[in-house]
Design a protein around this ligand. Sequence first.
Ligand code: AMP
Ligand code: MN
Ligand code: ZN
Length: 894
Amino acid sequence: MMASSSKSSDSTNSGLKDNSSDPSDEDKPELCPGFRDVDAFVKHGFGAVLSATKASASLPQAGDEFDFYRSFPGFQEFCESQGDKLLHFMSQIMQVHGCRSHLRDRNKLTGLEERFDLVVDSNDVILERVGILLDEADGVNRTQQPVMPAGFQPPKIVVSSWNRKGSGSGSRSEMFRLLHAKNIARPQLKFKEKVDNSNTPFIPKIFIKPNAVKPLPSYFTNKQIRKERPEDLDVPAALADLIHQQRTQEHVEDMFAHPYQYELDHLEIPESLLSKPDVKMYKPMDESNFTFIDTLEDLVALNEKLCKLSEFAVDLEHHSYRSFLGLTSLMQISTREEDFIIDTLELRSELYILNEAFTDPAIVKVFHGADSDIEWLQRDFGLYVVRLFDTHQASRALNLARHSLDHLLTHFCNVGSDKRYQLADWRIRPLPDEMVQYARTDTHYLLYIYDCVRAQLLDFNHGQPGLLQSVWSKSKDISLKKYVKPIYTEESYLEVQRKQKRSFNTQQLTAFRLLFAWRDKLARQEDESTGYVLPTHMMIKISEELPKEPQGIIACCNPVPPLVRQQVNELHLLMQQAREMPLLKAEIAAQKNKGLTPIKKPEVTLFGPHDTSRVSESDLHPFSTDEMPVKQGMLFSDDEHNMDVDVQKTSGLMAEAKITLFEEPRSLKDEDSLPVAQMKARRIIESFENPFRMYLPTSDVHINKNAKFDPSSKIFEISKRWKLQSIEQQQKELEAKKKAKEETKQLAKKVADERNKAKQSYQESLQNVATVRQQAAGSAKGSAKKRERVPSEVGESTPKPSKKPMTSAEKPQKTEPPPEESFKPFDYSQSDLKVFAGNKSKDNTQFDPNRQAHDFKKKKFGRGQKSNLGAGGRSMSYMAGKSDRGFRHNWPKR
Ligand code: AMP
Ligand code: MN
Ligand code: ZN
């Protein structure tokens, strides 16, 4: 607590060397006396801040320890004099920056709040100045704000430099319009295939494989297998799962492999890509052609064009707030001559045709920071990239100062880019001109940069191709990445909870678990991000407070998420359920003593969100919100402590609480009653972070490895049932296979043979799926239909597999020894085995969200046909407590 009370002073003190451990220190807050250069100064400053932070962290903790020390007058005096000193320093810093600085002579009633306001304001002014200077040094003129996602209402007053800043230029009105571009129709509604939010592993969407060396496994080309979904069987879920499992078992390996693994593994780098390039200057943007593509015809034409090139640049824009898994909203493609932007929301089901160019090893695809793009391409369109060049990897290999696209643009093209739109709501249509410009910039210069970095990589290495080779190879590794869908387990809430660095008692933990499950369920169901349903910090707050009334739940949220408001009664029941949990004895005692939830002191005590150097993202959450209520040490409370002494006298015990203003709100239910200063502090801290952080997926939550081996966990079941292999295993197996193969065949010849075969199979599959041109000729509707489930197909497919379930039903235990705890064996004696005969009614095969209420989640949200091996059926549909966002994107910095 003391630590946090001094945080605000730390941050302002950092520039000033009040910590006179270093002999080179000087008292005067002059520019940089005693320091050779900025680096030396910064280094010293960091050291000072660090030791100050450490020191304050080691002060007696609030609670018993602090109270005890406080009963010694010597301690009080010392605190007071140090507090004065700090106030003095702070005043000086503020004066230097031209801020109001009368920290010391405030009347005692309002003094604390006002001082805090002063500190907050001054920090703001200082940080603003720092921001401007950094931008100037960067050559960036950051006069505008990021664009808010639609539907997101920024808090009305955000005290923060970059939010306050606004130029008088015409951009103001654009901002206004974009900010208020809410009520965007959900693009998901137009998708021809429903999004698959089920808690089942992702299965590649690919169904036709251009440029194949190894043909696409039959699982993907065989419509029948692919389209069978367990929930389409008219039997209880458990049985359906079993049947389905048996039917698909032989395909499991294929289902989870990278469809172009073989091609990528055998990709060689031709001489031409390792030799010195001619650096071709880019065309000025206003002299190049621009095409917005939102029809199949245009897409086909683009594909044809791309197939004739030797390289093109690609980038994606993505939306993650109003969707569970995220939506690729735009694809930018630039050739040497032209820029294209594809409306990937509109052409979502058609984009796969680009695989023809994207997987052609003779065509280089240049991306910047492709890690996420590779995953998004797979997830949304079944697109893969063979022959990727990632300029981010090149920048790293060149050891450039920074590796963002922004930096490359400044460095090579002398072009500034406008970061405002990075977080824009890319679902907006029609796309405003400014956003088109921004999006174009992302790819327009990339081919030129590709030339430049290749030339430099060779120069750097005295003409030797090693460095360039390594970039190709790193890029290839990125293109081998597989999209992994977040899988939710009963344990995942613990991972998130642990990161909060809070100790919850049994009831609070139960509440957290229940909220987590509720949030996950709703997010999948409504196809919203978990951050939209209920941001983690609000979830924490509700769990901590365990509100007795629905109103109390609302009070924990600001702003109140729409789904929380809508389901507040449901949430109220969850809270009741949590409150019914018996508390441990120790917990009861702790509650009595403190009347507060014990809060573990974070190990990392550097002040906050803007110093993330040693703090993991998740560490910041508590700071960003509720932890701000900070208990006061002596620094701001010159008067209050007298009161404490009185209390001591009367009670004969330790002072009860020295805690001042800043603590009270902790126990208050209503945020409205927070002191102004504290509200402000909260907001400013929130604004230090990505303003959307709280709406973004919880980051870095992965499945606990041990969970896989814990038979009671869902993930165990999942991994067992679906033989989810770790990438390592897969690679090992693949390597083993490869070796075996390579031994038995004369490589070159075989490959040629296979290629012919693959071509043939590609041709064959083309006959099933109309060619690109045919599709273009037909309406977009026609092409979608082709991929939709046709009732009669299912009838054909059912008879064959009908035997399998019988055998497997007899001995499921033998084949899979570990007991499946939550898997309820189905009583086959009760079942109508006729279903195996495949006589299904037509209706059965059609998607109908209202059918089979017992399994409605999968029904409703399962993707139309392809994957959704719904696998676990009942056991894999989510249950209480399981859920988590299992992925984190390493956002490539622009
Ligand atoms: P870019 O490659 O920079 O155009 O980014 C592609 C997409 O990644 C954007 O449309 C955003 O959705 C997302 N993105 C990029 N940077 C960030 C960031 N710092 N935080 C959150 N999302 C980001
Ligand atoms: Mn990108
Ligand atoms: Zn981009």
